[in-house]
Ligand binder design. Structure first.
Ligand SMILES: [Fe+2]
Length: 380
């Protein structure tokens, strides 16, 4: 169940990616939020991100404020408006808190802009230079699904805390990190019948290749369904699965997202750890809430995935899911939405060889839930 032909083809398909940009990694993820100060405290206290930079009234910015938080290679920017009107207010009003910018680290932001806009990308911002006493950064940007944008960040000539215009910010309050290392993948939810359009966008405009495809037979229960394709850049550092809703007896979770987000947007950010038991224990102790996994999932999981290094008991206690492909196995868990609207959530993932996305868990988890429903007489 967990092994499929897709992982066999993984290396080959990534080689098909053109990588004309190329992308060196995720530079930062910026969320537009209603109250950046309090969101920053949440990501610091609950998630173990440490504030590193700040821009606002004190740094000469008049209309908005941004906190930059970092944990290992993951950089989050939380931005709120200080005045009525404008793009940030409109974004928050329409979508609630959500990801506006997925910034990608490149060697040459001008070339990245030219390559992508020449291939049909819609311009968000033309290349421009930002400078301060720490050096200079070149930034450009294009639109992607919904109101989400990609910025290309060229920072080889810069050694400041984040970007020009930001000052170093080191609050007295420090927290212990939770072991989050880097962004493994970021998933976009798009509307009905739009998955292929956006996969083609990443293939044509960004030179990505398709790694995996899941149809509604893979990701469905008795009631709900979705479809998903995973797009990757050539070096595999940037992976963007794209989901669309599929017809079921009841509303797809993707449709629910689209309803509350008012359009396409980032559904989840998967962050990697090399000790998921330790990371999830810390996160849970600090108040992060995870999806409930029925205990029956663990009755048969080792029959499916075989031997693993970890004891099953702590995984079961935390609700961590396990899956295997031909290259190894992975451990993963999903948070509940981290906002009031049922929109964005996080995945914590630890890869032990596996390069896939937990396909075996889609069915196993849903089947486990359905067995629970059956025992309650609610699977009707
Ligand atoms: Fe994921």
């Amino acid at each position: 169940m967990s092994t499929d032909s897709t992982s066999l083809n993984l290396k080959k398909t990534v080689e098909q990616a053109e990588d004309f940009l190329p992308l060196l990694g995720t530079d930062f993820v910026e969320l537009y939020v209603g109250n950046a100060k309090q969101a920053a405290y949440y990501y610091q206290q609950a998630w173990g991100f440490q504030p590193v930079a700040y821009a606002g009234l004190e740094t000469g910015r008049k209309d908005s404020v941004s906190y930059v938080l970092q944990q290992d290679k993951i950089r989050l920017v939380l931005t709120s408006p200080l005045q009525p009107g404008g793009e940030i207010n409109e974004h928050v009003n329409k979508h609630g808190d959500g990801v506006k910018v997925v910034a990608l680290w490149v060697d040459d932001a001008r070339k990245s802009y030219d390559e992508t806009t020449n291939r049909g990308a819609e311009s968000y911002v033309e290349p421009y230079v930002m400078e301060d006493e720490h050096g200079k950064v070149v930034i450009s940007g294009i639109h992607t699904y919904g109101e989400t944008v990609h910025l290309f960040v060229e920072r080889s000539a810069y050694n400041g805390p984040f970007l020009p215009g930001y000052k170093k910010y080191e609050p007295r309050f420090q927290v212990e990190p939770t072991g989050l290392k880097f962004i493994d993948h970021m998933v976009g939810n798009v509307g009905w019948n739009e998955m292929n359009k956006w996969c083609e966008f990443y293939a044509k405009v960004m030179g990505f290749a398709q790694l995996v495809s899941f149809d509604d037979k893979d990701i469905s229960t008795e009631y709900t369904a979705l479809m998903s394709k995973v797009m990757s850049n050539g070096n595999g550092r940037i992976k963007f699965p794209i989901n669309e809703p599929a017809e079921g007896k009841k509303k797809s979770q993707i449709e629910e997202y689209i309803d509350f987000y008012n359009g396409a947007g980032v559904q989840h950010i998967a962050v990697a750890t090399d000790n998921i038991i330790d990371t999830v224990t810390k996160l849970r102790d600090r108040g992060v809430e995870f999806l409930y996994v029925p205990e029956v999932y663990y009755d048969t999981v080792l029959d499916r995935v075989g031997e693993i290094d970890e004891d099953l008991e702590p995984l079961k206690e935390l609700g961590v899911l396990i899956d295997r492909d031909d290259e190894g196995y992975l451990l993963q868990i999903f948070t509940k939405p981290v906002l009031d609207r049922p929109t964005m959530f996080f995945e914590i993932i630890q890869r032990k060889g596996a390069q896939s996305f937990g396909k075996g868990n889609f069915k196993a988890l849903f089947e486990a839930i359905e067995r629970e429903q059956e025992s309650r007489g609610t699977l009707q």
